[in-house]
Design a binder for this molecule. Sequence first.
Ligand code: SF4
Length: 342
Amino acid sequence: MKKEKLYGKTLNELIEVVRRIGLPGFAAKQIADWLYKKEIKAIEEMTNLSKKTRELLSVDYEIGLSAPVNSSESSDGTKKYLYKVLKDKYIETAYIPDNERATICVSSQSGCKMGCIFCMTGKQGFQGNLSTNEILNQFRSLPEFTNLTNMVYMGMGEPLDNITEVLKSLDIITNEWGYGWSPARITVSTVGLITGIKEFLENSRCHLAVSLHSPFDEERRKLMPIQRTNTVEEVLDIIRNFDFNSQRRVSFEYILFKGMNDTPRHIKELAGILKGIKCRINIIRFHPIPGSQFQSPNLGATINFKEALNAKGILTTIRASRGVDIKAACGLLSTLEQNKST
Ligand code: SF4
């Protein structure tokens, strides 16, 4: 019989586990300590539980960690790992070291339903939601786990389309009984799912990033089908009316496509729609994917775009392109791996 995984359970879920096998409630906290504060890989290592308790626990449960199945390293130090999930699917996780910072970029779904036309993961279609175990295993089983300083939910999938598991993973990372990370070290990115944003803002204190890519309705609809049902105007309304504290940041991701969304008209409109919102625009250079006509403007044009926005009072930065030589565009590596096994 398949055993249930303990890793990825919240404290409340662990309380249910210990009750089920007749242990006192405080044993849940002891198990959480072993899972999230100590680096154990087997139930036998939980030495402050009696031998009998460990045996009892091992009947139906296991820790449930699994190492990445493949990896590649860029000349700039970025690494991409492939993890096997949902029996026969692959997801990507990026490790991005940058001076004092070391960021992990995790996936939240296998494939994605959102269908953004510039995205390789979108082209895979949707294969399934990751469990909390599968989300957090990317973090804990990363060979560089102990170096990590920051975490972004910007890998494969739309995190807010898997909000229950994503919120549980955030709970485990940010609570004292879990990893005890500050929420200020974590950013969750979304295409702009209205109900998901509301739930995320109310139930977490982590940063929010919204993929914007165009301030114009028609153009954004072409790039991101989500605009047909969840408009960016509605997203901005929610953000305007939410009481962000000084610790919490909202940013807008903007992939620049040459000759399309990089004109003075776009700069003017962006400044208009974001007026009054304390935020930052993060410009991302487009990483080409097979079959796409899109191109990235050159660095000079990208810097000009950034400076024009800054001059309009919108704090704008350019995200450094990392891992270009190891297929940086999200979804490329896993697509290759999936094709190999079919
Ligand atoms: S960009 Fe993000 S939300 Fe859009 S299809 Fe790709 S993974 Fe999904």
